[in-house]
Design a binder for this molecule. Structure first.
Ligand code: RFL
Ligand code: PHB
Length: 390
C-alpha cells in the first residue's frame, strides 16, 4: 500500500489528523494496534479547550459535541470546607471550556473516517517505522499473521505514551524529561446526577478529589490514591465514603451515589521527549508528552500538535512550503512546556505529598490564599485552563 502520510495510532490525535488532512485532499492510512471497541472503552479526558473544539468543527466532527457537550464558564476549587469559584469567563476575556468526553469525540472521529472511506486498520500488530531518515520511509505491520507494508512520504507517531514510534528513535537523538508523582488517581464513572453543575477540584489533607461529569446523568469522580493501591482495594462503598470525606460538607451532603460502571487507577506522570521530529517522522500527542490530568491539558496539548502538523502538511503539499513542518518541533514544544508548567503547578498545589514537610504545606496554603486574593493570579489560572493560543 502507498499513501502520503502514514499515521501510527488511532487515538484522538491520529484520527483527528487523518480527518483534517483528508478534507484537504491529503491521503493517510491509520494503523491502530487495538480494536475499535477497545479504544472506545477507555475513559479519559472530559474537558476540551475552545481551540480543540474548533478543530473538531473544522474536521466536520463538531455537530454532536455542540449538541451534547456543555459549555462551562467556571469551576470550583474546594479547600478547608469552602468552595471558591474560578470565573473562567471573567478572567480569560470571555473564554470557556467544553465538557465532552474523549470517548464520545473519538467515536465521532471514527464515524467521520468511515463516512469518508478513510483507511483505519485495526488490530495491526508489530507496527514498525523504517528508513525514517530517508525520503522513502515505510511502515511494516501484520494483521492475522500476514505481513504488510505501507510506503509513504511521512510517518506520524501518534501512538500514545507506550507506543513504538518514540522508542524507534535512537537514544542519542532524543532527550526525555520525566517526573513521576508518588500517587495516582482512582477514577469512577457512575450513572448518577453530578453533584455540581461545574467541576470541583478539592484540596484536602487526606488527598485530592475531583468531581467531574460527562452529562447531567453521568458523573465522573476521582480521588488521589497511593501507587500501591489497586482497583480491587476499593469497593464502591469505600470510594464514595472517601470522596465524601474530601469534599466540603455542603457538597458531600448533596452527593448522589450509585453503582460504578467503570473504575480504574492512573498513575500521575509528567514527560516530554525532545525533539518531536526525527527525519520524516513526527511525534504527536501522548507519544511525545504527557501531563498529570490535574490541569486537563493532555488531550488539549495533543490538539495543538495536530493543529501545527495539519497546517504544516497543507503548506507542504499545496504550496511546496515546508517551513511549518520544519518549525513543528520547536513550535509544539514551546506550548507543550507551558502546559507542563501549568499541570505541575496545579498538581503541586492541590495534592497531598507523602514526603511533604510543614513548610511545603504552608506554601500550599499561602498559594491558595494568594490565588483568591489576586485578580492577576486568577487570570493566570484562567488563561492556562482555557488554553494558551496555538
Ligand atoms: P492515545 O489516546 O493514547 O492514543 C494512542 C493510540 O495509539 C495506539 N497504539 C498503537 N497503535 C499501533 N501500534 C502501536 N505499537 C501502538 N501503541 C499504541 C493505542 O492503542 C491508542 O489507541 O494518545 P493520543 O491520541 O495522543 O491522545 C492523548 C489523550 O488520550 C490524552 O492526552 C488524554 O486522555 C489526557 N487526559 C486529559 N486530557 C485533557 O486534555 N483533558 C482532560 O480532562 C483529561 N483527563 C486524561 C484525563 C487522561 C487520563 N488518563 C487515564 C491517563 C483523565 C485521565 C484519567
Ligand atoms: C474528567 O472529566 O475526566 C477530567 C476533568 C478534568 C480534569 C481531569 C479529568 O482535570
Amino acid at each position: 500500500m502507498k499513501t502520503q502520510v502514514c499515521i501510527i495510532g488511532g487515538g484522538p490525535s491520529g484520527l483527528m489528523l487523518s480527518q483534517l488532512l483528508h478534507l484537504k485532499g491529503i491521503e493517510t492510512v491509520v494503523l491502530e494496534r487495538q480494536t475499535r471497541d477497545y479504544v472506545l472503552s477507555r475513559i479519559r479526558a472530559g474537558v476540551l479547550e475552545n481551540g480543540f473544539a474548533k478543530l473538531m468543527r473544522e474536521a466536520q466532527c463538531g455537530e454532536r459535541m455542540d449538541r451534547e457537550g456543555e459549555i462551562h464558564d467556571g469551576f470550583f476549587l474546594a479547600h478547608a470546607d469552602k468552595l471558591n469559584r474560578v470565573d473562567l469567563h471573567k478572567y480569560s476575556g470571555g473564554n470557556s471550556v467544553m465538557v465532552y468526553g474523549q470517548t464520545e469525540l473519538t467515536r465521532d472521529l471514527y464515524e467521520a473516517r468511515d463516512r469518508m472511506n478513510g483507511i483505519v486498520i485495526h488490530s495491526a500488530e508489530n507496527v514498525q517505522p523504517h528508513d525514517v531518515k530517508s525520503d522513502m520511509p515505510y511502515v511494516t505491520y501484520s494483521v492475522g499473521g500476514e505481513e504488510k507494508r505501507v510506503d509513504c512520504d511521512f510517518i506520524i507517531g501518534a501512538d500514545g505514551f507506550h507506543g513504538v514510534s518514540r522508542k524507534s528513535i535512537p537514544s542519542d537523538v532524543i532527550k526525555e524529561y520525566e517526573k513521576v508523582y508518588p500517587f495516582g488517581w482512582l477514577g469512577v464513572l457512575s450513572r448518577t446526577k453530578p453533584v455540581s453543575p461545574e467541576l470541583i477540584y478539592a484540596k484536602h489533607p487526606r488527598g485530592f478529589a475531583l468531581c467531574s461529569l460527562r452529562s447531567q446523568v453521568l458523573s465522573r469522580y476521582y480521588i488521589q490514591v497511593p501507587l500501591t493501591d489497586s482497583v480491587e482495594d476499593w469497593s464502591d462503598e469505600a470510594f464514595w465514603a472517601e470522596l465524601k470525606r474530601r469534599l466540603p460538607a455542603e457538597v458531600s451532603e448533596q452527593l448522589i451515589t450509585g453503582p460504578t460502571i467503570e473504575k480504574s487507577i492512573a498513575p500521575l506522570r509528567s514527560f516530554v521527549a525532545e525533539p518531536m521530529r526525527y527525519g520524516n517522522m513526527f511525534l504527536a500527542g501522548d507519544a511525545a508528552h504527557i501531563v498529570p490530568p490535574t490541569g486537563a491539558r493532555g488531550l488539549n496539548t495533543a490538539g495543538s500538535d495536530i493543529y501545527y502538523l495539519y497546517h504544516g502538511f497543507v503548506d507542504h503539499y499545496q504550496k511546496g512550503d515546508s517551513t511549518g513542518l520544519d518549525n513543528y518541533s520547536e513550535k509544539a514544544l514551546s506550548r507543550v512546556w507551558k502546559a507542563q508548567r501549568f499541570s505541575w503547578w496545579l498538581t503541586t498545589l492541590l495534592h497531598t505529598f507523602p514526603d511533604s514537610i510543614e513548610y511545603d504545606q504552608k506554601l500550599q496554603e499561602v498559594e491558595m490564599a494568594y490565588l483568591f486574593s489576586s485578580d492577576a493570579a486568577q487570570s493566570s489560572l484562567a488563561e492556562n485552563y482555557v488554553g494558551l493560543p496555538f
